[in-house]
Design a protein. Structure first.
Length: 167
């Protein structure tokens, strides 16, 4: 919400500062759509999935082991000796704690990698937008807006430029 207000305020200030007869050229880019449709974003998602696939499979395997262990404990706890039950519960608890730690580390690492890849993509996107702005003499190009007319929407052009090598 704050970004939108700042963008609208910046546009209003720009328009107010321009002499009455001058024309202001404004463009808009839907950054979410760029991230969804840009070839670099698709490539980054696949790269990250492949990079984290093994760890994800390992976590799923441990989750199944924990579930089987819990079911066995519930089923057999009545017939087990007290010391065996206590040992199995402790083993389950230790394994569960280790699983939760690995799961948390996995999420943190995944988020870090996603943020790294998105930062690189945003850098490319911003270069493309700046290039379009300079070549077509735009006064301002907004990336966040409540509403933008299709007439000023440059999103498809940015995505196409990214597909052409980001130039």
């Amino acid at each position: 919400m704050n970004k939108i207000f700042v963008s609208v305020l910046a546009a209003a200030c720009l328009i107010a500062a321009v002499p009455a007869r001058a024309e202001v050229k404004i463009g808009f880019v839907n950054s979410q759509r760029v991230l969804n449709d840009a070839p670099q974003a698709t490539k980054a998602k696949k790269k990250i999935e492949k990079e984290f696939e093994k760890r994800d499979q390992d976590l799923q395997k441990v989750a199944k082991q924990l579930q089987a262990m819990q079911e066995a404990l519930e089923k057999n706890s009545v017939t087990m000796a007290e010391s065996d039950r206590h040992n199995k519960e402790r083993e389950f608890s230790d394994m569960n704690r280790d699983f939760q730690r690995k799961q948390r580390e996995f999420r943190e690492d995944l988020n870090l990698r996603q943020n790294e890849e998105m930062a690189a993509i945003f850098e490319r996107v911003n270069k493309v937008i700046k290039s379009i702005a300079e070549s077509d003499k735009y006064d301002i190009i907004l990336q966040e807006a409540v509403y933008a007319s299709p007439r000023i929407d440059l999103t498809d052009r940015v995505i196409k430029a990214l597909g052409d090598g980001g130039k």
